[in-house]
Ligand binder design. Structure first.
Ligand code: UDP
Ligand code: MG
Length: 317
């Protein structure tokens, strides 16, 4: 192989104090062995992004930085969420690295897959997606909701890789491409396939979190899924239009029937149907307004174009 290139591992961390030292130990081992095998350049790093943690995550990162030259740290001004933290890390890393791999601080994603990611990079791939071979380590609830989500996204016409979370390698030019997507409502899994360039897939086993708790409670998971849908598909709005048309057509038919009934003398009491339709139509209208409102809300946050993150501090050498 020609000269080995620089790899940056980008690791978003939110309240990850209990896992960071173990994570660092394993990643240090991985990077060191890859450097020794001449697979990656000695100036490769693991970049921990502190996403406004409430615990001492940043303190731990600083301590690791002090003792290990392979460590770099980025501190955001406040908590901005997983996707924004990842973006901040990638945008910083691209100034130093040839290739970047994003992975979670809890190392649920198999660290040994990194070799395969890098191998595919050297074979000319700009984006390598980590795909989970199974979801056995997930709870039944998470497994079924996640699979339903991927199915729905596909049905809505969004190009999304099945069972791929945010464990992926990107080359510098792919990240530079990503930088040109200006959307504020960031859903990386939907955006990255839009970048293009040659891409590959690596399958791996996903482990259980070895310490600490998931930072994706149900509420965040739902918000994330909803963001994914409304950022990439306007089909829900179209569905409402179709629904409205159908109901309108149905009501025309019903009206005709009612007129005929009236003419032949069958006047019905009709209170039940009347109330029924008022509530039904009212519900549909409210729902439709809500969906449209969601999109308007999204446009609102996009036009404001607020920064997705602010950097408080970068420690790197
Ligand atoms: N994370 C983050 N900011 C947040 C929430 C999560 O940077 O607001 C990070 C978290 O530290 C972890 C990754 O995103 O490295 C994935 O979170 P987690 O492992 O809790 O999610 P799960 O694996 O349960 O989906
Ligand atoms: Mg996790």
């Amino acid at each position: 192989m020609a000269t080995p290139q620089t790899l940056y591992l980008v690791i978003p961390c939110y309240n990850e104090e209990p896992v960071l030292e173990e994570t660092h130990r394993r990643l240090h081992q991985k990077l060191t062995s890859m450097i020794e095998q001449n697979l990656i350049a000695p100036n490769s790093r693991m970049l921990f992004v502190n996403d406004g943690s409430k615990d001492n995550t940043w303190g731990v990162i600083e301590a690791l930085y002090a003792q290990d030259p392979l460590v770099a740290g980025l501190k955001l001004s406040r908590n901005r969420g997983h996707q924004n933290a990842l973006l901040a890390g990638l945008m910083t890393a691209k100034e130093y690295a040839d290739m970047m791999i994003s992975l979670d601080a809890d190392l649920q994603d198999d660290v040994d897959a990194i070799d395969q990611f890098v191998e595919q990079y050297y074979q000319g791939k700009d984006i390598v997606y980590g795909v989970r071979s199974s979801r056995e380590t997930d709870t039944f609830f998470k497994r079924s909701t996640a699979q339903g989500f991927y199915k729905m996204m596909r049905a809505l016409g969004v190009d999304i890789i099945d069972n791929h979370a945010d464990y992926r390698l990107m080359s510098r030019r792919a990240v530079e491409g990503l930088a040109q997507f200006k959307e504020v409502n960031l859903f990386l899994r939907g955006v990255v396939p839009l970048i293009g360039f040659p891409s590959g897939v690596v399958t791996y086993e996903r482990q259980k979190r070895f310490a600490g708790e998931s930072k994706y409670p149900l509420k965040k998971m739902l918000a994330f899924a909803f963001d994914g849908i409304t950022s990439f598909s306007i089909k829900p709005i179209r569905l409402i239009t179709i629904l409205g048309l159908l109901i309108f057509a149905a009501s025309l038919i019903a009206l005709a029937v009612l007129l005929v009934l009236k003419l032949i003398g069958h006047t019905v009491q009709g209170w039940t149907t009347l109330m029924g339709s008022i509530w039904l139509i009212g519900g549909i209208q409210l729902f439709s307004l809500g969906v449209i409102g969601e999109y308007i809300g999204k446009i609102y946050s996009e036009v404001k174009a607020r920064p997705m993150y602010l950097i408080d501090q970068l420690i790197i050498r």
